[in-house]
Design a protein around this ligand. Structure first.
Ligand SMILES: [Zn+2]
Ligand SMILES: [Zn+2]
Length: 197
């Protein structure tokens, strides 16, 4: 992988710590604290795998109809106004990342604490739409230029060998997304389970 522990701590350490602490807070008291951290890692994996699968999905023929990520986010020339396409991609990111909630509901197997999924889905969606697409990021730009690289989250690309560059992405700015997403998720948890917060 070409990434050492020191580089990981430097580029991702504080943000990962924050994400883990927030996930722990959101999973207790219904789950033991460590399930928050494991659940966060599982949500990372789910998002990486679903994004990667959406790039294996046909871009032509009847099956391409459901490949919204390609139609409205990767395809050039653009079909619609950029703002409309970003709104559709926001919806698409939320549906894909929250899909694991539906899967757990259908199977009745609640491996990942649900509020951890909601929390990291908000972090991921806001990062992709705001930090990557509106502000711009070289790591994510490389995904758009080389669609089988840099699916994100960055650490997953390094684990599974789909990283475009050897250096890890500096995810410090994502701390702000984490704080906002945490506040929204605490609010939602309070709304749906008032006794648990
Ligand atoms: Zn993108
Ligand atoms: Zn993509």
């Amino acid at each position: 992988m070409g990434v050492d522990a020191l580089q990981f701590v430097d580029s991702s350490g504080l943000t990962m710590l924050l994400l883990s602490l927030f996930s722990i807070f959101l999973c207790i008291p219904e789950y033991p604290w460590y399930r928050g951290v494991i659940g966060l890692a599982m949500t990372y994996t789910w998002i990486y795998v679903t994004h990667r699968l959406s790039h294996s999905w046909p871009t032509e023929g009847p099956l391409s109809f459901v490949n919204w990520h390609w139609w409205f986010h990767h395809r050039t020339p653009k079909l619609l106004d950029r703002t409309v396409e970003l709104a559709i991609e926001t919806f698409n990111d939320l549906v894909l990342s929250l899909g694991v909630l539906a899967l757990q509901y259908v199977t009745g197997v609640w491996w990942i604490p649900p509020w951890v999924i909601v929390f990291y889905s908000l972090v991921w969606t806001s990062t992709h739409i705001y930090n990557y697409s509106i502000v711009g990021s070289s790591t994510h730009r490389n995904h758009h230029e080389h669609v089988f690289k840099n699916y994100g989250p960055d650490v997953m690309d390094h684990l599974f060998g789909s990283n475009y560059e050897e250096t890890l992405e500096d995810i410090a700015p994502i701390s702000f997304n984490a704080i906002l997403a945490f506040l929204v998720t605490v609010g939602l948890k309070q709304l749906f389970h008032p006794q648990a917060v």
